[in-house]
Design a binder for this molecule. Structure first.
Ligand code: AMP
Length: 192
C-alpha cells in the first residue's frame, strides 16, 4: 500500500507526472479536476454545482470535494493512490487525514513540483492556445494561480510540518522531473 499526493501549480506538469506515477507504481491516479470535468460533461448534480466555480478558476467548496474523495476512496483503490489536485485547502487536508484514519491508512509521501511564476504563465497561455480549455484564458489563469498561491501553498507547508513534503524542481523537461519523482518514490518505498 502506498498513498501519495502530488502538488504543483497549474501548468507544472502535475497531471502528466501523476499519470506516470500511477502507471509505474501501480497506484490509482485520482484527479479531482478530471472527476469534476467528467461530472460537468455528464450534467450531473455535482457538475452543475461545480461548473461555475471551475469556469471562474475558483475552488469548489470543501464539503463537496471531501465528499467526492471520500466516496471514491470507499470504492477502493487497490495498491494505493496518487492524489492529483486534492487536497487544495487545509480543511481538505484535515478531511483527508480523517477519512484515511477511519480506514486505518495514512499518507506516505507528498511531492511538490515547484515552478517559477513567469514560467508558469508562459506555459499556461501556450496550453490555452493549443487545447482551448475553458478555464485556461488569461483572466482565469491569473485567478487559478492566485488561488494556488493563497490556499494551496499553505497545504504544502502543513505537510512540511509533518515531515512528509519533498520539493521537486519543475522548471525542467518532463523527463528530468519524472526521473527525480521516480527516484524519490522508490526511495520512500524501500523498507526502513
Ligand atoms: P485541476 O484540473 O486540478 O487544475 O482542477 C480544475 C478545477 O477544478 C480547479 O480550478 C477547481 O475549480 C476545481 N477543483 C479541482 N480540484 C479541487 C479541489 N481539491 N478543491 C476545490 N476545487 C477543485
Amino acid at each position: 500500500m502506498m498513498n501519495l499526493i502530488l502538488f504543483g501549480p497549474p501548468g507544472s506538469g502535475k497531471g502528466t507526472q501523476a499519470k506516470r506515477i500511477g502507471q509505474e507504481f501501480g497506484v490509482t491516479h485520482l484527479s479531482t479536476g478530471e472527476m469534476l470535468r467528467r461530472a460537468v460533461a455528464e450534467g450531473s448534480a455535482l457538475g452543475l454545482a461545480a461548473r461555475e466555480q471551475m469556469n471562474a478558476g475558483r475552488l469548489v467548496p470543501d464539503g463537496v470535494m471531501i465528499g467526492l474523495v471520500r466516496e471514491r476512496l470507499r470504492r477502493g483503490v487497490g495498491r494505493g493512490f496518487i492524489l492529483d489536485g486534492f487536497p487544495r485547502t487545509i480543511e481538505q487536508a484535515r478531511g483527508l487525514e480523517r477519512m484515511l484514519g477511519e480506514m486505518g491508512q495514512h499518507v506516505d509521501r507528498v511531492l511538490s513540483i515547484v515552478v517559477p511564476r513567469d514560467e508558469i504563465l508562459r506555459r499556461l497561455l501556450e496550453r490555452a492556445r493549443i487545447e482551448g480549455r475553458s478555464d485556461d484564458c488569461a483572466d482565469v489563469i491569473a485567478e487559478r494561480l492566485a488561488v494556488y498561491e493563497r490556499e494551496t501553498a499553505q497545504v504544502a507547508e502543513w505537510y512540511r510540518e509533518r515531515s512528509l513534503l519533498t520539493e521537486v524542481d519543475g522548471g525542467r523537461t518532463i523527463e528530468d522531473v519524472w526521473s527525480d519523482i521516480r527516484g524519490l518514490i522508490e526511495e520512500s518505498r524501500r523498507p526502513a
